[in-house]
Design a protein around this ligand. Structure first.
Ligand code: URA
Length: 247
């Protein structure tokens, strides 16, 4: 079954059986009987109904044989500068190229970073999860450490709180919090991810971003033990931090 597909238990069983025994397909009645006899386990429990909805991550067993057991993957990567946030690219190394995992081909990223931005990037094979994280209505805040060419002052804080008008899209950015660490170093919290958003917000003041690093998404911070280019799976605690906040 493919990653994005949703199906029903009886269809899945029939298809699975057919690929094993093309000359002897199971009829509907036989599939329903397997369910009634409690020979099919769905996520470890006897199936409730032959029409039970299932997806790529539903664990399905028949008479103790595992028919489908795909794992959800949730990874944190310290994206280095110079690596493109894409699945394939002809010119640059991609974030997927950095992942050494047998199921890396299933991965996509949740919230891209520009080529010259470093920091926390989340990768997953769970489309529902990544959609929730990047949905602006969920208001998951992302923290960016921003180094500027020219000094900043309180005017930036006021303007970012009110929102900056992006004429190309015809939108005003959502209220954003700016912490001034020193005149050239700031910390910016955004709850949306518009194209080149940080650079364009500072661009309003004709101030160039010379360094950009994402350090946090929601309550999750980039593991300081990860060097640029390194990754690791999220722990259960880290997943809960994100899930409690965003869903
Ligand atoms: N804003 C930007 O301008 N670049 C990024 O990579 C992320 C946010």
């Amino acid at each position: 079954m493919s990653l994005s597909k949703k199906s029903r238990l009886d269809r899945f069983i029939s298809q699975w059986y057919f690929t094993k025994n093309p000359s002897q397909p199971l009829n509907k009645k036989a599939v329903r009987l397997l369910v009634a006899q409690k020979r099919i386990l769905v996520d470890g429990q006897p199936a409730d109904s032959f029409s039970q909805p299932i997806d790529y991550f539903t664990r399905i067993e028949l008479d103790g044989e595992l028919l489908q057991g795909n794992q959800r993957l949730y990874l944190m990567l310290h994206k280095p500068v110079g690596v493109v946030t894409a699945v394939v690219d002809e010119q640059h190394q991609t974030v997927i190229d950095l992942i050494d995992h047998p199921d890396k081909d299933q991965l996509h990223y949740a919230g891209r970073l520009d080529l010259n931005t470093s920091g926390l990037l989340l990768l997953t094979n769970d489309g529902h999860w990544s959609k929730g994280l990047t949905d602006p209505d969920k208001k998951v805040a992302k923290c960016y450490e921003v180094t500027l060419e020219k000094p900043v002052d309180e005017r930036y804080q006021q303007a970012f709180k009110q929102g900056i008008y992006f004429s190309y899209e015809g939108i005003t950015t959502r209220p954003a919090e700016l912490e001034i660490i020193d005149p050239y170093h700031t910390r910016l919290w955004l709850t949306e991810g518009r194209y080149h958003q940080v650079k364009r917000m500072f661009g309003y003041f004709r101030n160039a971003v010379v360094g950009l690093h994402r350090s946090q998404i929601g309550e999750l911070t980039l593991d300081p033990a990860l060097k640029p280019g390194q990754w690791r799976p999220l722990s259960l605690e880290e997943l809960n931090l994100l899930n409690n906040r965003s869903f």
